[in-house]
Design a binder for this molecule. Structure first.
Ligand code: DON
Length: 582
């Protein structure tokens, strides 16, 4: 496998120039049931997101002449309204964009940063540890959990660089749904119930999600007037209003009132970073994924390489190991375990890292890992994975020009910090928990000093927005796959397994996404399996694994281009998202 951070793909730039799109006003979002499916087929454009209203919004923008970036911005803002447990303008994310016109991949990093006053031992300070409502875990709950949010600066940056419809038009659908309300679905109601202790602690969160002291029930209507007002303000001069205007001021005031160390300067100095996407070649195709501060691209590359090499009869492994469920679980668990051990030891802020992605992806290094695959030393300390339910969201879009967006966005765990900023309607993230603060984080992830908190640092992420590209065809049809998932560390395994199923096992995309999943993150030393049969669990135990049944394995949103050039968009059947294609 030849690896390299190749920014400009060696694709021929076709003569097709990007036609200017029309500026028709956005009429109504189509009823979200119309033509949306779990699996959709089309020939020119496709969308997969985690909520029908977000898919319908992206569809409408594409139908009204917008491009993939326009559709991604409008869908992201809609997800912020209808998935307040997962994402929002109080959070951040990563976005990969394949620009068919220039034949390049761009990687936008709008992940949260630590405020300037956060130091390595911040979470050990007594004043930080003692919180009102007796909230424990200050990196998870309340004001000290909040990183400087990046979603609005990120969306604005992508719009300025690649958008074609007016920004105001892209905000409108989300604004309308915030103002008029949407129906609470079971997963949202469960999330409110799950986090009610923290939500109850903060007045604005309590009023919105627990009116009359009780969690909202499925079928009730959630109207977010405050968020609608904020979106209205942000529909003009969004960056100014976010950083220095009304929204920014209200946001910082709300944090200061709760004792947060974040300041107006933190908000003003926040910058979206363009990273070099991590691009590696794999069997005649190119895979572009996210570099640090995400660990996703590195481990995706490691895992795909190891799995591919194992098909070439290494370690005396039968080359058809992946056809047989026991051997498949066994070797995939070892591959994941080996990659996640590197995550814990080496990765963190790319500006201070002592080891590069290229070193972790070097074939010599990986060949050596394969030789030791079944013997990756476990961590001494063993602990159970905390039961904190994870959240986040992913969206995948291809437009008629052949552009593609793969973006994962998050406020981290359910409702992030649990705090809504005063009367802005913005739910604050708890991304600070993705740093290593001495013990396992909300996902049970171990870490090292490489991922210690520090002023202006981004915490290490697992988000893995990914594009698979065929460099041998014209840019208009070069995108073979657009994929990603939520799930904390399970993002990496869900994305890897889906790609493994397509690229190595040869399954179709819908089959690949619905296949039984598993997850191993080195520590705790447990193989999490999705609905394993008794016989499978017993057989894996006999091979030395500690097997646990688990029921959360991400929510993949993916689009594939098949050999006949048709598009297939797939929204994971594990969740409530829907796809659309035409
Ligand atoms: O950046 C990360 O890796 C986490 N903050 C993502 C959290 C997440 O995916 C929760 N999941 N569903």
């Amino acid at each position: 496998m030849m690896l390299g951070c190749v920014l400009v793909l060696t694709l021929l730039i076709s003569a097709c120039s990007q036609e200017r799109v029309g500026r028709s006003s956005l009429s109504q979002i189509p009823p979200h049931e119309a033509k949306l499916e779990k699996v959709s087929y089309g020939s020119s454009e496709a969308v997969a997101t985690a909520h029908p209203l977000a898919t319908a919004t992206a569809r409408k923008i594409l139908e009204d002449g917008g491009n993939a970036i326009d559709a991604a911005i409008a869908a992201s803002l809609m997800l912020a309204v209808v998935r307040p447990q997962s994402t929002g303008i109080g959070g951040g994310g990563f976005l990969l964009f394949f620009d068919a016109n220039r034949s390049t991949v761009r990687a936008y990093d709008f992940r949260e940063w630590a405020p300037q006053k956060i130091s390595a031992d911040f979470y050990k300070l007594p004043k930080v540890r003692s919180q009102r409502c007796a909230l424990d875990k200050p990196s998870v709950n309340g004001p000290h959990a909040v990183g400087v949010p990046g979603l609005i600066p990120g969306l604005v940056a992508t719009h300025q660089a690649h958008g074609s419809l007016p920004w105001e038009m892209l905000v409108q659908p989300a604004l309308e749904v915030a103002r008029n309300g949407f129906t609470v679905y079971p997963a949202l109601a469960r999330a409110i119930e799950y986090r009610q202790a923290v939500l109850t602690c903060f007045e604005s969160s309590r009023e919105l999600f627990l009116p009359k002291g009780k969690p909202l029930e499925p079928g009730s209507v959630l109207v977010q007037e405050n968020l609608a007002r904020t979106l209205e303000t942000l529909s003009k001069d969004p960056l100014d209003n976010w950083q220095k205007g009304r929204v920014g001021r209200d946001l910082i005031r709300a944090l200061e009132n709760e004792g947060s160390v974040m300041s107006a300067k933190d908000l003003e100095e926040y910058q979206v970073r363009q990273r070099q996407p991590l691009v590696f070649s794999f069997r005649n195709i190119l895979i572009a994924s996210f570099p640090p501060p995400s660990s996703g691209g590195v481990h995706l590359g490691q895992m795909l390489y190891m799995a591919s090499m194992l098909t070439e009869k290494r370690n005396d492994v039968e080359s058809n190991w992946f056809d047989e469920p026991i051997l498949r679980h066994h070797w995939l668990a070892h591959i994941m375990r080996s990659a996640f051990s590197d995550r814990a030891h080496y990765l963190g802020d790319p500006h201070t890292a002592t080891i590069t992605p290229q070193e972790l992806l070097a074939t010599e290094y990986l060949d050596n890992k394969i030789r030791r695959l079944a013997n990756t030393p476990p961590e001494e300390q063993r602990y159970d994975l905390p039961s904190e339910s994870p959240e986040t969201t992913h969206l995948s879009i291809i437009d008629r020009f052949g552009n593609a967006v793969s973006s994962t966005q998050t406020i981290n765990t359910y409702f992030g910090s649990g705090m809504i900023a005063g009367d802005t309607g913005i739910v604050f993230n708890n991304e600070m928990d993705d740093f290593w603060t001495g013990g396992p984080n909300a996902f049970g992830l171990a870490g090292s000093q490489n991922n210690a908190p520090g002023p202006g640092k981004p915490p290490l992420s697992s988000m893995t927005p990914t594009l698979v590209l065929d460099p041998s065809v014209s840019p208009r049809t070069a995108v073979r796959l657009v994929i990603g998932s939520p799930g904390g560390p399970r993002i990496i395994s869900a994305t890897f397994l889906s790609l493994f199923n397509v690229l190595i096992r040869g399954l179709s995309l819908p089959e690949a996404v619905s296949e039984q999943r598993l997850h191993h993150q080195w520590n705790p030393d447990i193989l999490y399996a999705e609905s394993p049969s008794h016989a499978l669990s017993r057989a894996l135990e006999r091979l030395g694994h500690h097997v646990e049944k688990s029921n959360f394995f991400g929510d993949v949103q993916a689009i594939g281009r098949m050999e006949n050039q048709q598009l297939v968009a797939v929204s994971d059947q594990r969740s409530e998202g829907l796809s659309w294609a035409r």
